[in-house]
Design a binder for this molecule. Structure first.
Ligand code: 5RP
Length: 223
């Protein structure tokens, strides 16, 4: 089974996590694209979707699912999204597709975060995947210098503008052993819109696609 087959299998498994008749939070990326393709047969089950990107919005609308403004929605039982890396604690790096800010907002508005990955994205410690950070354009160099001081190697994702009109720095070599601490630190810096660490609000359910099937793990956040 190749990586794309695993993404499709995990998206198929994620369909079972949807609350019928409710509003669904929808993430962004190639795994989510598989999910949206599969939702085409479940349109009547979905009251509407809150989308995390213009790209997902276009796909949802193309299959006839109404896309709602988060401001008009009071409750999202389930948010389904992919990740670039995830630990067994449900801590994630996200933002490879550049949609991290809206993803974090929709995740924060949702009761359960269902994360879909293929096995290659499961890690013990985050950080092999460069950490995406969305920054206000005028703060790019300021934030980059602060990341270097923290031991990181930031690279400007040139030519890429987020749905919010901002830039992305992809940061290698950061020590993310304390993912929650790093998320809090970087989030505080002026000019940072969103850091692609999803640790304070991590995944609640982790679906992992492997050659032998899809594993499901419920993550307790009691500690
Ligand atoms: C987009 C994301 C995606 O969830 C992440 O990049 C994984 O993408 P894919 O499903 O294409 O591997 O965070 O901002």
């Amino acid at each position: 089974m190749n990586q794309d087959d695993m993404k499709r299998a995990v998206a198929q498994a994620a369909l079972k996590e949807i609350t019928p008749g409710a509003i669904l939070g929808v993430g962004t990326g190639s795994t989510v694209n598989h999910l949206i393709d599969l939702l085409a047969n479940r349109v009547s089950d979905i009251r509407g979707a809150v989308s995390s990107s213009d790209a997902s919005t276009r796909r949802l609308q193309a299959i006839g699912i109404p896309v709602l403004d988060l401001n008009d929605v009071d409750s999202i039982p389930v948010y389904i999204d992919g990740a670039d890396e995830v630990t067994g604690h449900g801590h994630m790096i996200k933002g490879g597709g550049g949609a991290l800010t809206r993803e974090k907002i929709v995740a924060a508005a949702s009761r359960r975060f269902v994360c879909m990955v293929d096995a290659s994205k499961r890690v013990d410690v985050l950080g092999a995947f460069p950490l995406p950070i969305e920054v206000i354009p005028m703060a790019r160099s300021l934030v980059a210098r602060k990341l270097v001081a923290l031991g990181g190697r930031p690279a400007w994702r040139e030519g890429f503008i987020t749905d919010n009109g901002n830039l992305i720095l992809d940061v290698a070599a950061l020590d993310l052993t304390d993912a929650i601490g790093a998320e809090r630190t970087i989030t505080r810096w002026p000019g940072v819109v969103t850091v692609g660490l999803f640790a304070e609000r991590g995944a609640d359910i982790l679906l992992t696609g492997t050659g032998g099937g899809v594993g499901r793990q419920e993550i307790s956040h009691k500690n």
